[in-house]
Design a protein around this ligand. Structure first.
Ligand code: CP
Length: 307
């Protein structure tokens, strides 16, 4: 991951393969460890979850992960904080740090502002990006890799398709980075032209036809339309989008017979994913959520060892 300080995890773009594999192995071990045997590496430490955008999975799983490692957790939603009175992100981070907290998880709509504000935190205060604009969601990508690896240990043998609003997706950006580092066989991006990245990322192929893109893939990762990050004029007609790109069981049949179906959530059923696909045996969506707790424990433990 790109580190502004060794303890500040902003993106996973430059994370090395060995580091990823070691984190995934540790997450897998922590996932099956009895609660009483989990390391208490955050005992007497405090983590702040600072969220400028809504979240269910990321916020709650960071809280659960940190508490399982012995931490106190404070949740701050920007909408009900002094941010509403005009306080900047920099000043908010400085204020939180002055209280003596040990770590911060931050979700923010502006990646550049997040990066610029990290200077407010001392290297001794660890930092994790909980999702920044359209740019990065490193912990989601790590949990996605763990979910794939549990079923397919050899990434080089895999064809992975990412389907949906890739242009506005921080998840897609981070997933592509980790898939490439782990040596994925093939990565396909499938979306209408307007929702593909303006510049094709290195090492991927782009498709505008769902059926063609899904042919013989091992993994299908779905994304919702992220209207909150679209300009008004660019929002596609939802019914037309669902007709052309919504994943149904019929369309899933183009993929390999046991292809995994993934979705980072939140889902919009009936738009990018049909109800029957959510509940089909190939769906690992709830497994992704469970893995999110383990991956975040592994990351928190790693960071606690750096400070
Ligand atoms: N996948 C994800 O980031 O979900 P939340 O927005 O609910 O945290």
């Amino acid at each position: 991951m790109a580190l502004t300080a060794k303890t500040h995890l902003l993106t996973c773009d430059h994370w090395e393969k060995d580091q990823i594999l070691s984190l995934l192995a540790r997450a897998e071990a922590l996932e099956v460890m009895p609660a009483a045997e989990l390391p208490r590496c955050l005992h007497h430490k405090t983590l702040v979850n600072l969220f400028y955008e809504p979240s269910t999975r990321t916020r709650a799983s960071f809280e659960l992960a940190a508490k399982q490692l012995g931490a106190h957790v404070i949740n701050i939603a920007a909408a009900s904080s002094s941010v509403k009175k005009g306080e900047t992100l920099w000043d908010t981070l400085e204020t939180i740090q002055a209280m003596g907290v040990h770590g911060v998880v931050l979700r923010h709509s502006d990646h550049d502002e997040m990066q610029a504000s990290l200077g407010a935190l001392a290297p001794s205060t660890f930092f994790l990006n909980g999702g920044s604009g359209c740019v990065a969601h490193p912990t989601q990508a790590l949990l996605d890799m763990l979910t794939i690896q549990q079923q397919h240990p050899d990434f080089s043998a895999l064809t992975v398709a990412i389907v949906g609003d890739i242009a506005h997706s921080r998840v897609a950006h981070s997933d592509i980075a980790l898939l490439r580092t782990l040596g994925v066989g093939e990565c396909r991006l499938i979306a209408p032209q307007g929702l593909l990245p303006s510049k094709e990322p290195e090492g991927v192929s782009c498709y505008t036809e769902l059926d063609a893109g899904l042919q013989d893939v091992d993994v299908v990762m779905l994304l919702r339309l992220q209207k909150e990050r679209m300009v008004e004029a660019a929002i596609p007609d939802e019914a037309a989008y669902a007709a052309a790109y919504g994943l149904t069981l019929d369309r899933l049949a183009k993929a390999k017979p046991h292809a995994m179906v993934m979705h980072p959530g939140p889902m919009n059923r009936g738009v990018e994913i049909d109800n029957a696909v959510v509940n089909c045996p190939q769906s690992v969506i709830n497994k992704q959520v469970r893995n999110g707790v383990a991956v975040r424990m592994a990351l928190l433990e790693y960071l606690s060892q750096q400070t």
